[in-house]
Design a protein around this ligand. Structure first.
Ligand code: NAD
Length: 256
């Protein structure tokens, strides 16, 4: 379905981003990976699906590096047709104890990076009259949890950016939508499970059960593979009039 198209997925060396990159690769897209940590493993996983794959290590908190990454992607494959703004970090603390540098980093990586990548991707998408921008927001783009001020502010902002981007391009072949997962068991969430286990003297299993029970009625994690299939749907022709939605896949979290 996506043969000949190029997808750039930020923060795709791990977790949800890698799951989405693999789902798009299965549809035939060329993939540009980004993110920190081991790169060879993720590259090999995507290449094994038959996709052409490139990697750029831009730090998504740095606009100049984002610009370099967008130029690199265009030089590798012609242009970016699908942009998945996925890179994200978390920090948990009450507002009065929240380190200002963590606030700045979360806003930069979870929100501003999507603005920068989108503004740089849009001209070529509009010229081709085809494009898909998919913003990895969160159920925290729709509702709040205590101790997550920067994350909730960034994700609500990302849902707002999604709507504006969708509206500005509504008469073109460029769509923009957000995906809002509940809990997904990635390194980002395992850290929160570990903190719960340490604070309460629980096993990993007890802490996981507690984490799900507090928020997610299905008591099940959403998987990167399921989120990948939603991203594939947003890229399909059938979704060409899906514009500006914030689509939760959250086990009923936001329905409460
Ligand atoms: P993860 O920690 O597994 O992956 C995060 C990715 O972002 C990694 O590839 C990491 O290297 C990259 N990254 C971090 N800082 C970066 C930076 N400055 N520059 C470039 N890359 C950077 O996390 P995940 O759970 O897969 O999260 C992916 C996205 O999904 C995030 O935006 C997160 O907020 C969102 N999300 C996650 C969950 C969940 O339960 N895991 C739920 C809702 C939304």
């Amino acid at each position: 379905m996506l043969k000949g198209k190029t997808a750039l997925v930020t923060g795709s060396t791990s977790g949800i981003g890698l799951g989405i990159a693999k789902a798009l690769a299965r549809q035939g897209a060329n993939i540009v990976l980004n993110g920190f940590g081991g790169v060879e493993g993720p590259k090999a996983e995507v290449a094994a699906l038959g996709a052409k794959v490139a990697y750029h290590g831009a730090d998504m908190s740095k606009p100049a590096e984002i610009e370099e990454m967008m130029k690199f992607a265009a030089a590798q494959f012609g242009r970016v047709d699908i942009l998945v703004n996925n890179a994200g970090i978390q920090h948990v603390a009450p507002v009065e104890d929240f380190p200002p540098e963590k606030w700045d980093a979360i806003i930069a990586i979870n929100l501003s990076s999507a603005f920068h990548a989108s503004r740089l991707a849009l001209p070529a998408m509009k010229a081709a009259n085809w494009g898909r921008i998919i913003n990895l927001a969160s159920v925290h783009g729709l509702v709040a949890s205590a101790q997550k001020s920067a994350y909730v502010a960034a994700k609500h902002g990302l849902v707002g950016l999604t709507k504006v981007t969708a509206l500005e391009n509504a008469t073109t072949g460029v769509t923009c939508n957000a995906i809002c997962p509940g809990w997904v068991l990635t390194p980002l969430v395992q850290k929160q499970v570990d903190a719960k286990a340490a604070a309460n003297g629980w096993t990993n299993e007890e802490a996981t059960k507690q984490l799900l029970g507090e928020k997610e009625p299905s008591l099940q994690f959403t998987t990167p593979e399921e989120l990948g299939e939603l991203a594939v749907f947003f890229c399909s022709d059938a979704a060409k009039n899906v514009r500006g939605v914030a689509w939760n896949m959250d086990g009923g979290w936001a329905a409460q």
